[in-house]
Design a protein around this ligand. Structure first.
Ligand SMILES: Cc1cc2nc3c(=O)[nH]c(=O)nc-3n(C[C@H](O)[C@H](O)[C@H](O)COP(=O)(O)OP(=O)(O)OC[C@H]3O[C@@H](n4cnc5c(N)ncnc54)[C@H](O)[C@@H]3O)c2cc1C
Length: 404
């Protein structure tokens, strides 16, 4: 076998999840390469666009322990309240940071800001080679290593390969790995909205008969909008004049934030569920969107991916330094740890989409009752808040404030 370079760990994809894993392992002693297809800081980088990202409290803790939260905090707005409602029905659920005895239920940042912070941390990391722009042309799994051939004609070997190359993962395709896929026939429109009244740190999730609307608090009295519509309906909204767009949004959302005054650039994302048949295969682990792409209805996709990162880093750092980091038992431990959280979040997200994207009047009544019961019953509220903060399961060390 002719090899130019041998690594302990190669991460394919330096998006939000792949970059976070590399940084989480900065003190691991592992020799790491990160392969990224798109030039760093390019405006074409698909992971780091203008969309707002709601970070759960548990994700904030992970970034704090990794030592990069102070950088991200400069670009983040705290969520002090969450307000969930269903248009045309009476039920409301309200969560509050004070009730949960935390400083914030979560934070809102932008994918772009996260890219800046993650890229800057990657560039100063000693145990890491960033190979960019480059992508994987072929791979072969041997007993002791995985061998990769890149489009730059380099050949690399690694004891462990982590695929963090997004929903269209090349690694998953090269492995011919199957996946459960479901097209929701829905499209998310994102934009920043300036509102008449201050959001006061409230994140709004409003379910409507034409799709859910999330308005997340941001700086300068702006909110980050994620408006889900039936695929096809986005065309008119994307092409509508600013005032027409705001009027239609106002009609769907109501006046809880007063009048909508301005809308920034609009973007759209077709939505589908994808869950790879396996997240672990001989010396290979799939994480983040490469393993599971979710509907953004509950803002859980990256949070779930970051929990993959924290658990995988925990397992890798926990091993004896002389042990093979692609060892099958190690990867089995990781998979066992993560499976339940992944399945639960995927199932809960899909249920939420069907339960709330349904015009059946009886279901509408059930939704109102469910929202009201949760609101009136503190243990149910606490359970929901713990789930949305990502604190309802066995936590990796990074999420408990213990550095690796
Ligand atoms: C509208 C919308 C709103 C969202 N809001 C939230 C939210 O509020 N909270 C939340 O937690 N999540 C949210 N998400 C989900 C979140 O954006 C994703 O979970 C997250 O981007 C996944 O990151 P990733 O690094 O796994 O994949 P990606 O972001 O897709 O990154 C993949 C990376 O791999 C690179 N790559 C791809 N192919 C190759 C290759 N062959 N070789 C090398 N590199 C390659 C890409 O260039 C990219 O850098 C939202 C998603 C959408 C669409």
């Amino acid at each position: 076998m002719t090899t130019d370079t041998n690594y302990d760990l190669i991460i394919v994809g330096a998006g939000m999840v792949g970059a976070s894993l590399a940084i989480a392992l900065k003190n691991s002693g592992l020799r790491i390469a990160v392969i990224e297809a798109i030039a760093t800081n390019s405006l074409q980088q698909p992971s780091y666009d203008e969309r707002g990202i709601a970070l759960a409290y548990g994700s904030q803790r992970i970034f704090e322990t990794m030592g990069i939260w102070h950088q991200l905090a400069k670009h983040s707005t705290a969520i002090s309240h969450i307000h969930v409602s269903d248009r045309g029905h009476f039920g409301v659920t309200r969560l509050s940071a004070v009730d949960e005895q935390v400083s914030a239920l979560g934070q809102v940042t932008t994918a772009r800001a996260m890219g800046q912070v993650l890229n800057s941390a990657l560039s100063s990391q000693d145990n890491l080679s960033l190979i960019c722009p480059a992508s994987v042309r072929s791979l072969q799994q041997h007993k002791d290593v995985v061998e990769l051939e890149l489009n730059t004609n380099q050949t690399l070997t690694t004891k462990l390969l982590v695929a963090a190359d997004g929903g269209q993962s090349t690694i998953r395709h090269l492995l011919k790995m199957g996946a459960l896929e479901h097209n929701y026939q829905q499209t998310a429109i994102t934009a920043n909205i300036t509102t008449e009244r201050p959001h006061n740190g409230t994140a709004f999730e409003r379910f409507t008969d034409t799709g859910p609307i999330a308005l997340l608090p941001m700086s300068d009295n702006r909110c980050s909008l994620v408006w889900t519509v039936t695929t096809g309906d986005e065309v008119a909204l994307l092409n509508a004049s600013e005032q027409d767009f705001l009027n239609q949004l106002q009609d769907r959302f109501g006046y809880r934030l007063g009048k909508f005054l301005r809308v920034g650039q609009r973007h759209h994302y077709p939505l589908k569920l994808m869950q790879a048949d396996q997240a672990v295969q001989q010396r290979i682990v799939l994480i983040g969107n490469a393993a599971h792409s979710l509907h953004p209805i509950a803002g859980q996709g990256f949070n779930l991916g970051l929990r993959d990162v924290a658990a995988l880093a925990d397992v890798l750092v926990n091993t004896n330094p002389n042990k093979d980091c692609g060892d099958a038992r190690l990867l089995h431990d990781y998979q066992q740890w993560r499976l339940q959280d992944q399945d639960n979040v995927i199932e809960a997200t899909s249920n939420l989409v069907s339960f709330f994207s349904n015009n059946n009047p009886l279901l509408g009544h059930c939704r109102s009752v469910a929202l009201s019961i949760i609101d009136a019953f503190p243990p149910a509220k606490h359970w929901l808040a713990q789930k949305s903060m990502g604190l309802d399961r066995k936590l990796p060390r990074l999420a408990r404030g213990i550095p690796l």
